[in-house]
Ligand binder design. Sequence first.
Ligand SMILES: Cc1ncc(COP(=O)(O)O)c(C=O)c1O
Length: 375
Amino acid sequence: MTLFNVYPLYDIEPVKAQGSYLWDKNGQEYLDLYGGHAVISVGHTHPYYVRKITQQLKNIGFYSNSVKIPSQEELADKLGKLSGLKDYSLFLVNSGAEANENALKLASFYNGRTKVIAFSKGFHGRTSAAVAVTDNPSIQAPINFAAHVQILPYNDVEALKKAVDNETCAVIVEGIQGVGGINVATDEFMKAIRRACDKTGAIFIHDSVQCGYGRSGKFFTFQHSGVKPDIITTAKGMGNGFPIGGVLISPKFEAKHGMLGTTFGGNHLACTAANAVLDIIKKEKLIQNAANIGDYFMENLKGIAGIKELRGQGLMIGIEFEKPVGPIRNAMLFEHKIFTGVAGTHTMRLLPSLAMTIKEADIFLEALKKVLSKV
Ligand SMILES: Cc1ncc(COP(=O)(O)O)c(C=O)c1O
């Protein structure tokens, strides 16, 4: 059997990782400014994280959601306290798409409606309901029926006010668009979504899969705007690489047995990983670190020749270049051994571990200056 060939690959085989570094099978070291798509939140192979998962694996790795799994409650408690959303409840899943799938379903169960408002350049995952609200027809199959979805321009308050009505089931939005190029929602836009949903009975779903979990310098990006969504979805940084996603649900929703479900969601190992991540974020003050290092990046990126625009918050940074990003990213990777990401044709995406240091940031900044002086 061969692999179904859907991923264009770099000819690099990482075999070891620690903190913000990776090593390939030839012993070559790489600095990681991408965290495998914003997944590595507390640093690769953090010793506390490894110890906790190893211990858990020796005790019990999995049993189904038909028995008590106290680490689920521990996770809900820790997440409530660290995020400040103590009165929300938590449904555990396995990925970002699954979190959004369940969020949309919950919204529709709640108000019985189907119409969903989503935004241009938004990305919410590849499963049926999630991909239908994703602004990319090339990844929608005919079966991903999307006639109930209206795509509006991002950050356009007037368009939003006109579109949300008494038939709207939900508004789904990323606080900072990731795949779409690191576009930050304005406070005004977030507040307008809240108001429109309150007025019409629509559900405000905040997709925090990429931008959440401390990356922006606050636990969730909407906390910069002072609004509270009805449902929040999380995944990437939640397990530092162990697959886990979450749906955070406001008290207005009432749970019923059988309403939602999953085989693997909330298993012992995933919850142990997620609990370890939250312990580390709290103990090492990584949310503050993300804010500080993010500011440091922004200060030091400003004024570098060849950069057209800087966007982002904390350690979710988009650097739009005057020239195409492809050759810049390749030079960073192959000449300077630094992993970065891209969005679109001209934007570099930085999504490093929240534990990134100034020293590591400086290595990136020096390399970028050298690369830009040559392209
Ligand atoms: C904002 C956002 N939502 C949802 C998803 C889907 O997450 P997953 O790939 O875990 O299904 C992603 C993935 O990139 C994302 O960036």
